[in-house]
Write a protein that binds this ligand. Structure first.
Ligand SMILES: [Fe+2]
Ligand SMILES: [Fe+2]
Length: 259
């Protein structure tokens, strides 16, 4: 099955016209498409199904729970399938059933271990200020982000431990998160500094059984393989980023991968 992957288009400021890859069976939007949500309409009437996992910037300046409900309404109206702590199973052209497991995931700040958590959370204050998101009337601060991230991780772990049964049979699992699942997804411009814990989680232990893990959030591209006792997991990001920061150079908006 061929998946076209786009993320971090940041169409609130960026000039980019998404086009359907001619041979794709599905389009995956891995978040940070447009903080205003306006450009989501570009994906209405897309020739193949569209899966969307919201990025942190889809929540900018909003109450995160109200925003999720609003995004769901908008996506339903546009025919886009939003996945937040949800799975969707579809049949690939070769007959295999592919399970898509999606959540924004957020960051729990434990990328460098619990003893570095406080430092990682202090490094997140700038990023949280930029977002200006709230939850229930209070700022969606690093502690609130962490609590949501832990819920997401628990859901992800439980979902990935499920085994197919007659009613929910699947052959292959693909995970979609906005946040990176491994320190290996760090942006090489910033590397192993505390701020990177606002971008990646240490989810390497969740990879066994996952054929492919698609993410965004870091404004650089990734394509690597993690070996583990159940084989390997292909980790891919096709984030575009900001042109003014030279992040969008050589971007391939028609990039597809096979699962
Ligand atoms: Fe982004
Ligand atoms: Fe992001």
């Amino acid at each position: 099955m061929k998946l076209q992957i786009l993320s971090d288009l940041h169409l609130e400021t960026e000039e980019f016209t998404p086009q359907a890859a001619p041979d794709a069976d599905l389009l995956v939007l891995a978040g940070d498409i447009d903080t205003t949500w306006t450009s989501l309409s570009l994906f209405a009437n897309w020739p193949v199904p569209v899966l969307f996992v919201p990025g942190n910037h889809e929540f900018d300046g909003r109450d995160v729970d109200e925003a999720l409900a609003g995004l769901r309404d908008q996506c339903r109206h546009l025919g886009i399938r939003l996945l937040e702590k949800e799975t969707w199973i579809t049949q690939a052209p070769d007959g295999r059933r592919i399970r898509f497991v999606g959540t924004t995931r957020w960051c729990d700040f434990d990328l460098f271990g619990a003893d570095k958590r406080a430092k990682s959370m202090r490094a997140a204050s700038y990023f949280v200020k930029v977002m200006r998101a709230t939850r229930g009337g209070t700022i969606f601060d690093p502690e609130a982000v962490r609590q949501e991230a832990l819920l997401s991780r628990d859901w992800l772990r439980a979902t990935l431990l499920q085994r197919p049964d007659v009613n929910t049979a699947w052959d292959t699992t693909v995970v979609i998160t906005h946040y990176g699942p491994s320190l290996r997804s760090a942006d090489p411009r910033y590397g192993n500094q505390p701020g990177t814990a606002s971008f990646c989680n240490a989810d390497d232990d969740l990879m066994p059984g996952v054929a492919c893990w698609i993410h965004g959030h870091l404004h650089c591209r990734h394509d690597y393989v993690v070996e583990h006792d159940q084989g390997q997991t292909h980790v891919v990001s096709n984030a575009r980023g900001h042109g003014y920061k030279h992040e969008a150079a050589h971007y391939d908006g028609l990039r597809c991968i096979s699962v």
